[in-house]
Design a protein around this ligand. Structure first.
Ligand code: GLN
Length: 486
């Protein structure tokens, strides 16, 4: 097996046994990147020289017994929405084409202090707005399982890089499903942590009350390791929770006998592909065999969550994106008469169609005369959704649903119809609206060989139990051992 095919825990093991060196690990990833990247287009920026230099320095430290950190010498790919000091950070937008971040996001500081080595920045939908990575201003990432299909989005570059063996793990951000949906469509593991568990400082904001940074990995054990590295209180993020730090690797136990799972029928209804449904129901059966209590349940207000999400997310986006004015950073229009024209031209030239559509929608739902009917109403429905989740978690530890209603769709298939694209998030957005955590893990394949993922939704800060529940299923199935031939 090549080094680039291993998991974080396997790489750590090999390093500790001195069966390989850090430069060997890093160069095995760049070798794979040279082969697969021209086909997959997962990265926007590659940092080969920087990563190789860092690997050498770290190996010297390692040889002297000075290695520290739970990710010492482990490579990682980072979504381009996360600020990385001295490295181009575009959020896949032309408006940030020339932006070199002057500071590191908190998650980057944490990764550096744990010894991780950044391989590069990954492609995404512009400002994380999309479900397919087709809205990137630079290129479309392809799904490593079938290059004619999308990898999901918006963190499609991160998911495709991990699935293709071009990184052992990656960070993404999830506002309405952008970690879980691409993880599901690429056959890997992805987690949207509880809102407030991971600092958002340095994440280029899309919709601040939903955004969360989270991990992509090849298996659940790696996910626990990476979550240990990035979670924790941060004074620089006022929405960051100040709670005792947990060790998620302690949850890597194979036992679900005390776990109660509800399978809400609303998430398996209209629009959900039959094959996906079948595979997810089989996974529910598997949990039953493993000793969990599983039953069908009903989740009210599910129908309203997509509309609620898009109203609030667009409202917040229209405000967050106000900062891109051609004055403070990024692109500036070259010709303009006055200040107003500078703003207008810069934004006209710098933003793509989907971003403009959302700013337009957002300003519309916030404008006087409409805000009560749309924005305020959506906030009320948001509360109803929170209450509904609370009710479910009085009865169940987790809700089990498909992560995505379909397998990966063809490139171009939904680009002409924004509403069709928005429907790709139907199973994931309720989670962000309430702020609860959810994980996506592989649970099968379609007849044409495309990965299918299931989602476990849990109560606030139930990540440990969620990891245990996901790990138990994973270790009793073979899906996580399947990789695309790329
Ligand atoms: N696809 C959803 C959207 O377009 C979610 C994106 C995300 O989670 N960043 O808003």
């Amino acid at each position: 097996m090549e080094l680039n095919e291993l998991t974080i825990h396997e790489l750590k093991d090999k390093l500790n046994k001195k069966e390989c060196t850090i430069p060997e690990i890093v160069s095995s990833y760049f070798k794979k990147i040279k082969e697969a990247e021209p086909k997959v287009d997962a990265y926007l920026t590659l940092l080969e020289n920087e990563a190789m230099d860092e690997a050498k320095t770290m190996q010297e430290k390692f040889d002297k017994g000075e290695s520290t950190g739970i990710l010492f010498g482990i490579p990682i790919a980072i979504k381009d929405a996360i600020c990385t000091k001295g490295v181009r950070t575009t959020s896949a937008s032309k408006i940030l084409d020339n932006f070199i971040s002057p500071y590191d996001a908190t998650v980057m500081e944490k990764l550096h202090s744990e010894g991780a080595i950044m391989l590069g920045k990954t492609n995404m939908d512009e400002f994380a707005m999309g479900s397919s990575t087709e809205h990137s201003a630079y290129k479309t990432t392809k799904n490593p399982w079938d290059l004619s299909r999308i990898p999901g989005g918006s963190s499609g570059g991160s998911a495709a890089a991990v699935a293709a063996g071009m990184a052992p793990c990656a960070l993404g951000s999830d506002t309405g499903g952008s970690i879980r949906q691409p993880a599901s469509l690429c056959g890997i593991v992805g987690l949207k942590p509880t809102y407030g568990l991971v600092s958002r400082y340095g994440l280029i904001a899309y919709a601040s009350s939903f955004d969360q940074i989270g991990p992509f990995t090849r298996d659940v054990e790696d996910l626990a390791i990476l979550l240990n590295a990035i979670s924790g209180h941060d004074e620089k993020d006022t929405t960051s929770e100040n709670r005792e730090k947990e060790d998620y690797t302690e949850a890597l136990v194979k036992d679900v006998k005390d776990i109660k799972i509800g399978v809400p029928k609303e998430f398996l209804g209209e629009g959900v592909n039959e094959e996906v449904k079948e595979v997810v129901l089989k996974a529910a059966k598997k949990y039953e065999e493993l000793g969990a209590k599983v039953e069908e349940c009903s989740f009210k207000v599910a129908d309203y969550s997509l509309a609620t999400y898009y109203i609030i997310a667009c409202a917040e986006a229209s405000s967050n994106l106000g900062r891109f004015d051609g004055i403070r950073y990024g692109h500036r229009a070259s010709e303009f008469k006055d200040l107003k024209e500078l703003f207008k031209k810069t934004r006209q030239e710098g933003f793509g169609d989907e971003v403009k559509r959302r700013i337009f929608l957002g300003t519309c739902v916030l404008s006087s005369g409409y805000s009560d009917a749309y924005y305020v109403k959506a906030q009320k429905v948001r509360n109803l959704l929170r209450e509904e989740f609370a009710k479910q978690f009085e009865k169940y530890d987790f809700l089990l649903t498909p992560t995505s209603p379909t397998t990966a769709f063809k490139i171009g298939e939904k680009m002409e119809d924004p509403l069709e694209m928005y429907l790709a998030d139907i199973c994931t957005v309720p989670v962000n609206v309430a702020g609860v955590p959810a994980i996506s893990i592989p649970c099968g394949y379609s007849k044409d060989g495309l990965p299918i993922g299931m989602q476990l939704i849990g109560n606030y800060f139930s990540e440990s139990k969620m990891i245990r529940t996901a790990y138990t299923y994973e270790q009793n199935t073979e899906w996580h051992n399947m990789h695309p031939n790329i």
